[in-house]
Design a protein around this ligand. Structure first.
Ligand SMILES: CCCCC/C=C/C(=O)SCCNC(=O)CCNC(=O)[C@H](O)C(C)(C)COP(=O)(O)OP(=O)(O)OC[C@H]1O[C@@H](n2cnc3c(N)ncnc32)[C@H](O)[C@@H]1OP(=O)(O)O
Length: 570
């Protein structure tokens, strides 16, 4: 039976919830989910990248939807992780009683979730969480985490409960979910022991869906039912953002605050033109390629990916050519592709997906906006912002860069327009750069804004053009024409604007002839030191950025630079 039967019986938004399960690898996250959904336990360990499940309920005449995101315990996918923090309504944080480090991670995760929610501005309240101390069946001699220690910590934190569990022995699994649902004020009948598990096609479910009684006359027909959707598909990033935004608006309304800052401006091009449509119908149309953004451009659809199935069209467009194994990733944030939190998150996720797609061998980074590659970081993310937002923004930039610079793929930049600062960083982080001849400029111009390029921007430039040129370039905040950039090695080839893409494709042919394994090992060994330097101090670097950028003197310089941009325009 197909899952659309479940979707036919759609739950109203107020009854839709996302439960996110987090914790380090091997603590039993998937085992807990599997017990909850199917009452099954599998002794084999298979690492999870990200699993998505959907359970529908009919409880007291109303339909409810519970989406479960079972996340990866290792963190090669930081953007996906951050998105899960942002979109989760309730959380299970799992540690293993025989692994103290896994408990420390749970404490860190709680902080990160709260920070993520705070950076969103709209969702500040602590979401309901439960801590699961799993593998409680292990012998006492193996125990590293004491029950009392966790209980004491949990008693000091808001909206948080704690239970020790054993997915293997089915110990406290029912209680775990029941306690969490109570904490989240969800119907208690959502707990496994308080509803009847049925399957799609089951007569009781089919009848309940239609709102009619399956039971013989005289018998109650409001017994709670739960059904697991057999082919649930993880919604796209775009759907996640829409849903998160809708929920934030709901919360905002509840709090009776007058203005509604947006989680994502990603859908704004669609908004003005299709005001009367509902978000979901708009989304459906967009995915079917029917909606044009207000600017008149047809939105591109992302090709299907083995982990994710829904296409995402937005600030980052991905076209995958499965014949050649070459993906084209286009930045699409008019007017100048400035990189804000949304763009960087979308870029990170696009890169993470391509990285895990074995059919993909190369990636061309380009722009969907004529005359511009990228204007660099969105200055408005750095001007009059909050420390939390600054840290979230910087983390998103770090992740996007780590994904790009550390990519196993052949990466080529097609620079068909201006490429200052952050735009130049993206281009330099690719393996090869082709730039359009003419009026366009490229360079790290940070000092002109009164700010300082971080050490990892400098590292990448050093690796690209050497010490002497970098020293001059950075101090002067130099912006180079394509020909000048070619002469110092900042780009590899300069061609007329209309030949940039074809030149990239020609160059790619020779790169694709090299066996991947040998090329990847070579690339990794060349880039490792630079990558490690940031990876080992990400948090310090993010904190430094927030402290630096929010200094009064730096804010003054940024304000003056913004004014000069506007003045130049007028
Ligand atoms: C420790 C701190 C480290 C921080 C590291 C920072 C890295 C960065 O990336 S900082 C950003 C540096 N970027 C720039 O300096 C680029 C500034 N922009 C330009 O020079 C030009 O806009 C252009 C050459 C990229 C394009 O010129 P043009 O096509 O003529 O477009 P306009 O100048 O008219 O711009 C249109 C519109 O966009 C606004 N804008 C431009 N750049 C940015 C930006 N980086 N962030 C936000 N907004 C930007 C510009 O102000 C115009 O706005 P409106 O006036 O409202 O139309």
């Amino acid at each position: 039976m197909s899952s659309h039967l479940v979707d036919e019986c759609a739950a109203p938004p107020k009854n839709c919830f996302r439960l996110v399960v987090l914790g380090t690898a091997r603590v039993g996250k998937t085992a807990i989910v599997s017990r909850f959904l199917f009452n099954q336990y599998d002794d084999q360990y298979t690492p999870t990248i990200e699993d998505f499940h959907r359970k529908m309920y009919r409880i007291r005449g109303e339909v409810y939807r519970l989406d479960i995101l079972d996340t990866s315990g290792v963190h090669p996918f930081p953007a996906m992780r951050r998105l899960s923090f942002l979109t989760g309504d309730l959380f299970i944080l799992v540690y293993s009683v025989d692994n103290y480090e896994s408990y420390m991670e749970v404490m860190r995760l709680r902080e990160q979730i709260l920070e993520s929610k705070a950076s969103c501005k709209t969702r500040t309240a602590a979401p309901p969480m439960i801590i699961a101390g799993n593998k409680a069946d292990r012998p006492e001699s193996e125990r590293e985490v004491l029950y009392d220690e966790v209980a004491k910590w949990v008693s000091t934190v808001k909206k948080c409960a704690f239970l020790e569990t054993s997915a293997k022995k089915n110990g406290n699994i029912n209680e775990l979910f029941q306690t969490l649902f109570e904490l989240a004020k969800l119907p208690p009948e959502m707990s496994p022991s308080l509803h009847r598990r049925v399957s799609i096609g089951d007569q009781a479910w089919e009848a309940a869906k239609k709102g009619i009684s399956f039971y013989p006359r005289g018998k109650q027909d409001d017994n709670p039912l739960g059904v697991v959707s057999p082919h649930a598909r993880r919604p796209s990033l775009r759907s996640d953002l829409i849903e998160a935004e809708a929920k934030a608006e709901q919360e905002q309304r509840r709090a009776e605050k007058p203005s509604i800052p947006k989680i994502s401006s990603a859908l704004s091009p669609y908004r003005s033109q299709y005001r009367s449509c509902t978000w979901m119908s708009l989304l459906r149309q967009a995915f079917q390629g029917l909606v044009r953004p207000a600017g008149g451009q047809v939105c591109r659809l992302q090709v299907q990916h083995r982990c994710y199935n829904a296409p995402a069209a937005g600030h980052v467009q991905v076209d995958m050519n499965s014949d050649t194994g070459v993906a084209t990733v286009r930045l699409n944030r008019p007017p100048v592709n400035s990189l804000n939190l949304d763009v960087l998150t979308e870029l990170s996720i696009a890169l993470e997906k391509l990285e895990t797609d074995r059919s993909c061998r190369a990636m061309v980074l380009a722009s969907a906006v004529p005359g511009i590659f990228s204007a660099g970081l969105d200055i408005m993310e750095m001007y009059k912002s909050t420390p939390e937002r600054c840290v979230a923004f910087w983390r998103a930039l770090q992740d996007a860069w780590l994904n790009l610079y550390g990519s196993r793929l052949i990466t080529m930049a097609a620079i068909e327009g201006h490429s200052p600062a952050g735009g130049c960083l993206l281009a330099m982080s690719c393996d090869y750069r082709v730039m359009a001849d003419g009026k366009f400029q490229i360079g790290l111009n940070e000092t002109r804004l009164g700010i300082v390029a971080p050490f990892w921007f400098t590292d990448v430039m050093l690796c690209t053009i050497g010490h002497r040129e970098t020293e001059k370039a950075l101090q002067l905040g130099a912006m180079y024409s394509a020909q000048q950039a070619l002469s110092i090695g900042l780009v590899d080839k300069v061609v007329p604007a209309d030949q940039v893409m074809s030149t990239v494709q020609t160059e790619l042919k020779s790169w694709l002839q090299i066996p991947d394994a040998a090329r990847v090992i070579t690339k990794t060994s060349m880039r490792k030191q630079v990558l490690d330097r940031l990876s080992s101090q990400k948090e310090k670097d993010a904190q430094f950025f927030a402290d630096f950028i929010l200094r009064e003197s730096v804010q003054k310089s940024l304000g003056a630079y913004i004014a000069s941009l506007q003045k130049r325009k007028s």
